[in-house]
Design a protein around this ligand. Structure first.
Ligand SMILES: Nc1ncnc2c1ncn2[C@@H]1O[C@H](COP(=O)(O)OP(=O)(O)OP(=O)(O)O)[C@@H](O)[C@H]1O
Length: 595
């Protein structure tokens, strides 16, 4: 049966199993305990049969009452030992498997926290979610029901077959004729099962991704009365999943029924041939009963083998999916080994030199020949129409994306040579789309970073004028912000994001200014907060506010990925080019703010 298992599993599967086998190493104690109990249960199983034969042929048939009780007690003891060690086997095996899967989940979640953001651009969150939840669950189930049973059953069956050969080799050979037939059927259906199961996992991941996206975008869905469309799309995806699942079940059932049918026919043949053996070769009744008992015992694992293989196929398919996560490059492979977070760089100079960038090989350059230099304390504003490449400059500097051509240096060191963790410690990005965690105001500012104390949080909030509104919230810093900041105004969320960036104490602040209009008091706070940040830090701002632009030392005007104008506010106004037109447009759009 082990050979059959090897045939059923391909080399790639063995590689997968070997790859994931390393998670068992720390729990090998339990694993070996379970393995050690297999010989005990195997010997107990054979001993049981031997005792049955002995009792029937030497006590029951000759009517020998003396000593029968002792034999029966022995039989019971052997059965109990068998049961006990069966229990030890399952417990220890499940324990090692369970712990290995917990470790695997922990490691992969930790790893996915360090996936490059570009990974999440390409893969819907729901897909990763489904890998870490349902695929893991599937492995855990298959592990307990598939591999666990298969291992013990294979050894027990081999021992049983050996014993049957010893009792009567002819009858045993007849019995074994069915095995190659079963193996052939299983090899044929294996591919189908794997394919069907793969399809069902993929459609589950798709529908999970859509579900997650719809729940996240619930407000938009409801406000645009798009519930029916969302429902229909989910219904379709759900049906696709159901169909894929059905397909997988059909192959599963076909496999099980075929094996069941073949074993029933084989049982009939064996009973017929066994009867002939009794008439012609003087079989004892004891051996006949042992054979009939063993037939059942032998075919139970053979039948389960089919089930176990299909469960293992499921696990392998889930492992294949999870393998994609294992193979996914993380942003900074050495980060996990570092015990301390790296020190931020003391920024003296940032230099972009002839930088070109495109998001993928087959798309056009979105940055072309971008060059500029920024010194400590400088305030740089990036302006330009939508899609001109402002945010891309920031994403490159923050190492959200790599693969630029040209040179980007901080303090003369090429960005590619600076570990990503150090870049992130050096730079704080105030994002336009602010993500709020379902947690307190304090957590949303500190983000749980150990180096940031409660007083750091309060200082940062006062520095950016967020303390005024925070103190008015019920519970102040303990006020719980709902999912994505639904119970805060846009302006308040912006102030919290300012405090979040300042609390990190980074020297270089990147401000991706939000365009959303806020009330005039909050606007005043925001402008004062930006003025405070400008007075203290080196800042690069994707600027939309006139005040931010005017207060910058240098303005870069971007168009279609290129810097078309550069200078300060007055110089650019005098020049009367794109900047002057953009400014005019801004003043028109935002009359109350224009000075
Ligand atoms: N993740 C991405 N994948 C592919 N293309 C992208 C991606 N992000 C941005 N782009 C493209 O790169 C170009 C520059 O985008 P970028 O976001 O830098 O512009 P922007 O000037 O910041 O615009 P806005 O003011 O609207 O935020 C655009 O054509 C955009 O479609």
């Amino acid at each position: 049966m082990i050979n059959a298992t090897q045939k059923i599993l391909k080399t790639k599967d063995w590689q997968l199993l070997r790859r994931f086998g390393r998670y068992f190493v720390p729990h090998k104690k339990w694993f070996f305990l379970s393995i050690a109990s297999i010989p005990v249960t195997t010997i107990a199983g054979i001993l049981f049969l031997w005792l049955v034969e002995n009792i029937i042929d030497n006590y029951v048939v000759p009517g020998n009452r003396e000593g029968l009780i002792l034999q029966i007690i022995l039989l019971a003891v052997v059965l109990l030992v068998n049961l006990l060690f069966d229990g030890v086997y399952s417990y220890a095996f499940s324990k090692s498997g369970g712990m290995a899967i917990v470790d695997m989940r922990k490691e992969l979640f930790g790893k996915s926290l360090r996936f490059p953001l570009s990974y999440f651009d390409k893969k819907p969150i729901g897909v990763t979610l489904s890998r870490l939840t349902s695929d893991m669950e599937s492995i855990s189930e298959s592990f307990a029901q598939g591999i666990l049973g298969l291992l013990a059953d294979s050894i027990k069956t081999l021992a049983l077959v050996g014993y049957l050969f010893y009792l009567n080799w002819r009858l045993t050979l007849v019995l074994l004729i069915v095995v190659p037939v079963i193996v052939l059927i299983m090899s044929y259906l294996r591919k189908k099962i794997r394919m069907a199961y793969n399809n069902s996992r993929t459609s589950l991941a798709k529908s999970a991704a859509y579900l997650q996206e719809s729940l996240n975008g619930m407000k938009t869905v409801q406000l645009y009365a798009a519930e029916n469309e969302a429902f229909e799309k989910y219904d379709k995806l759900n049906k696709e999943y159901c169909d894929a699942q059905n397909n997988s079940n059909i192959y599963d059932s076909a496999l099980y029924s075929l094996v069941e049918g073949i074993t029933s026919v084989a049982t009939a043949i064996v009973i017929w041939y066994g009867a002939i053996q009794i008439w012609d070769y003087g079989f004892t009744l004891g051996i006949l009963i042992v054979f009939v008992t063993t037939l059942e015992r032998l075919f139970i694992p053979v039948k389960q083998f089919a089930q176990q293989i299909s469960t293992i196929q499921r696990a392998l398919s889930a492992l294949e999916h999870i393998n994609e996560l294992v193979d996914q490059q993380v942003e900074d492979p050495k980060a996990a080994q570092r015990s301390q977070t790296p020190q931020p760089l003391q920024v003296r100079e940032i230099e972009f030199k002839n930088v070109y960038f495109r998001y993928s090989e087959d798309s056009p350059d979105v940055l072309k020949n971008v060059s500029f230099t920024l010194n400590k304390g400088d305030r740089l504003a990036l302006v330009g129409t939508t899609g001109s490449g402002k945010s891309t400059i920031i994403k490159l500097l923050a190492k959200t994306y790599t693969g630029y051509r040209g040179s980007i240096k901080i303090n003369g060191i090429e960005l590619t040579d600076i570990p990503i963790a150090q870049v992130r410690e050096t730079i704080s990005v105030m994002q336009q789309d602010i993500f709020m965690f379902n947690n307190t105001v304090e957590f949303n500012i500190s983000l749980g970073r150990e180096s940031i104390s409660k007083s750091d949080v309060e200082q940062a909030a006062s520095f950016v004028f967020a303390n005024h509104f925070i103190n008015q919230l019920p519970g102040g810093y303990e006020f719980v912000i709902q999912d994505n900041g639904d119970n805060l105004s846009k302006g308040q969320a912006q102030l919290i994001s300012f405090a979040r960036a300042i609390a990190g104490n980074s020297e270089l602040i990147i401000l991706d200014e939000a365009t959303s209009a806020v009330d005039s008091l909050t606007e005043q706070y925001i402008q004062q907060a930006i003025a405070n940040i400008f007075s203290l830090k080196t800042v690069i701002a994707v600027a939309h506010r006139l005040s931010t632009i005017k207060n910058s030392d240098m303005i870069l005007v971007l168009e279609d990925g290129e810097i078309i104008e550069r200078g300060n506010h007055n110089e650019l106004l005098l020049h009367g080019g794109k900047y002057a037109r953009l400014l005019h447009q801004l003043q028109e759009e935002n009359k109350p703010e224009a000075e």
